[in-house]
Design a binder for this molecule. Sequence first.
Ligand code: ADP
Ligand code: 5GP
Length: 210
Amino acid sequence: MNDSSRHSGKLFIFSGPSGAGKGTICSRLLAESDPERIALSISMTTREPRTGEIDGKSYYFVTREQFRQKVKEGGFLEHAEVYGNYYGTPKDRVLEQLEQGRDVILEIDIQGALKVKEAYPDGIFVFILPPSMAVLRKRLTGRGTDSMETINMRLSKTLSELSYIEEYDYCVVNGDLDEAVKRVKSIVIAEHSRVTENIQELLEQYKEEE
Ligand code: ADP
Ligand code: 5GP
């Protein structure tokens, strides 16, 4: 990211079919980025934790009642029912980070992304795709975290999910992981290189130096 981006946090929204590799790519992006510059929003969900998932790190795992209470309080930027469970993006933390000038990543489903787009049209919407349906099935099975029934339900939603791709600004096919991570990083850099971004400040500085 260049210096002209210093003051503005950007909201990046990643979606795509379950198993496409959103989580894997986002983890790599975060691990290879400056934590002062970019952070992942931790969602709240009523889904049961998978083996190895840590409360407060993977998700905030809550009961349906706790989730409903948060909805009532207006505490979500967006929330949606996905595959029979509720998921939501806690609002305060995201807004706080953006105000502090930090980019925020939302890894959310398409319904949620469309709601965010209405409220935050300046968000950058990135669709992660698997190279094929066969690979997607293999990845979901290989992840070993979901039952066959859950996997089939997630796969059956994929084609209808793909029809929303035109709502997005970028798409990244996650075949080779390194290549996909490189592309996602390039998107972040490109978005921070827009002429609109704080460039006036730099131009003023040039004038002062003259
Ligand atoms: P999502 O977050 O989109 O549901 P995950 O990040 O959990 O998907 O990835 C699904 C599975 O596919 C995981 O087991 C992950 O390790 C694997 N995976 C992700 N990206 C790749 C890739 N480029 N090549 C091979 N396997 C991958
Ligand atoms: P998983 O159960 O595999 O962790 O996630 C299932 C789906 O829910 C994924 O598509 C994921 O992106 C989405 N998801 C995770 N958190 C949120 C959220 O806060 N809001 C919405 N709308 N979807 C979410």
